[in-house]
Design a protein around this ligand. Sequence first.
Ligand code: HEC
Ligand code: HEC
Ligand code: HEC
Ligand code: HEC
Ligand code: HEC
Length: 494
Amino acid sequence: MNVRSLLLVCVCLLFAVSELIAAEGPQKYTGWDEVHAGHKKATPVWTLPKATAPANMIWDIPSMPGELRSEQFFTPDVCAGCHEEIYNQWQGSMMGNAWKDPVFLAVYKHYLEKSKTDHEKEETAMCSRCHTPVGYVANESARYLTGKLSAPGEAGIHCDVCHSVSKSAGVGNGSFILEPGDAGAGEGGTKYGPRDDSTSPFHGTQYSDLHTRSELCGMCHDVAHAHNIMPIENTYTEWRTSPYNTGDPKTSTHCQDCHMRQTPAVAATGITERPDSPGFAAPEFMGGKKRDHVWQHWFIGGNATVPELLGNPEWAKMAQDRLAKAVTVSVQNVEPAKAAEILRFEVRVDNVGAGHYLPTGLTYVREMWLHVEVKDKDGKKLYESGGLDGKGNVDPKAVMYKTVLGEGGKERKPTFFLPTAVQVLSDKRIRPLGYSVEPYAVYLPKKVDGPVGIEVTVRYRSAPQFLINDMLGKDAPVLPIFDMGFAKQTVKVR
Ligand code: HEC
Ligand code: HEC
Ligand code: HEC
Ligand code: HEC
Ligand code: HEC
């Protein structure tokens, strides 16, 4: 980290502290040196005003490389011994495959290759903090992709990562504090979770406020640039400033309330039921209790492509279900038109299903766009926006909901290359429970026979085809496109 970025981190920390002071009156903090020493090694982390923070979110240093050994962590198959159903749900998820994901690995490798000095390499290795928390905190050299990680590192974001989080040191950039047991010595340790009445013959149990709230996910689902603290992913912050966060943790709809209630039958979004899944989290003879709801661990997002590539079609199908329950779309304010005149209409898209912006997460890569067609009564195309070219790339004039990152300097060149990105050039996305209205004007031909039909599809793809081709070369798959919503209206032409 250079001096400039260190200074920025300090400013950021001061900001966070002033927020605390504003919320609660002046308070003395004595641990600056330690915190700074810690943050020098981590990327910047910020805090919530205390009144709204979970009890086990504290102002401290997150777990640092070298503090823990990988042998302290159990591999997920051990947990599967008693939590079989939860294991089966988790193992096909993107978090379960975070260190197997070929798209992540290709990007990571590319960035490592571009990093010249040891210092740059160390910064790049910070990517692994969220994608293989054990690989990172155990300081495994394979973080540089020079070999294989230990089994608990290889397992990505797994049981003994999330359930060994005793505290969080703030929001974002992997602010977790891990306190595992000692698997190597057969010591089960304490598993932090949502229950205050559970007992297990294998491990200690401890109620954790953090685990019942969005702030657990916010530790990783808010990402800032390691050099210049530019926001890259903001899913947690988007949620925090949305109507799903009522300010009262008890009445808020947390990440878990959507993402840990989805089953193969119900997508569990803002517009569907979010049903209970009654049952047992562990066998009764082991001490499991019958629960009104056992938290589901499918962790489905918008990614239907990588699960399919990794041979997990059920997760891919559930991601499609989720995408199909995120928006409503309609054609509105259609003005009556004549042949050889302009047909005007608007397309409205409402984010009714997601607890964050649409799209969210890696939004400078994800593609969500409008495919609009106007056809005559025989189905002949009179107009199209948002189609694909011969190479599978989206019409550059299409309405696309996404962010664009830029390099510095006068040209403000758009870039997909994170290490050199310093700013967000544009952000066109749809707020949670918000909407977007897009105007269209279509010049009708001189002769139109009968009414015309306006057809609108909201489409989603995990990344632009050209980007995947660049990253994966000849191994690049053709990325599938998924429909999130459809609307049609017929208009009389005089
Ligand atoms: C020998 C059986 C067994 C094994 C192996 C096991 N557990 Fe458990 N676990 C249980 C039982 C029984 C419960 C209590 C369930 C209940 O209250 O309904 C439990 C509860 C939990 C809870 C809830 C704690 C709370 O207070 O909210 C978590 C989290 C958990 N286990 C995680 C794990 C993880 C992670 C592993 C692997 C490292 C693991 N378990 C391995 C038997 C086991
Ligand atoms: C009201 C329900 C709801 C809540 C609350 C919610 N989500 Fe989502 N989430 C969705 C829906 C619907 C999608 C699918 C649309 C999409 O991919 O953006 C989604 C998609 C995602 C994705 C994939 C985004 C992409 O396209 O790559 C991630 C990651 C995610 N959510 C994380 C979170 C986190 C973290 C939280 C809490 C801070 C959260 N979600 C809260 C409904 C919800
Ligand atoms: C991304 C973090 C994460 C991962 C990975 C994860 N869990 Fe959980 N787990 C949670 C959260 C959060 C809850 C509680 C949700 C709530 O209360 O809102 C939970 C709840 C549980 C419970 C209690 C269920 C209940 O309803 O009583 C058990 C048991 C459990 N997890 C075991 C596991 C096992 C076993 C694995 C690995 C196969 C695993 N978890 C992987 C975050 C995670
Ligand atoms: C230790 C860091 C970490 C924590 C904690 C964490 N996540 Fe994730 N999550 C990730 C990473 C990294 C990925 C991306 C993996 C990939 O795509 O290769 C991910 C992916 C996801 C996805 C799939 C996104 C998609 O595009 O389909 C969902 C959904 C998700 N997380 C939800 C949650 C929820 C809900 C919680 C809290 C209960 C949570 N995560 C906690 C790191 C984390
Ligand atoms: C603070 C945690 C964190 C850090 C650090 C982090 N990521 Fe991620 N990453 C995530 C989360 C969370 C997601 C899932 C978001 C989504 O699905 O939209 C993700 C998703 C991704 C994906 C998408 C994978 C797919 O299959 O679509 C790529 C690629 C990726 N990250 C690369 C990187 C690289 C390269 C770095 C380092 C420059 C990095 N990440 C650092 C949390 C992190």
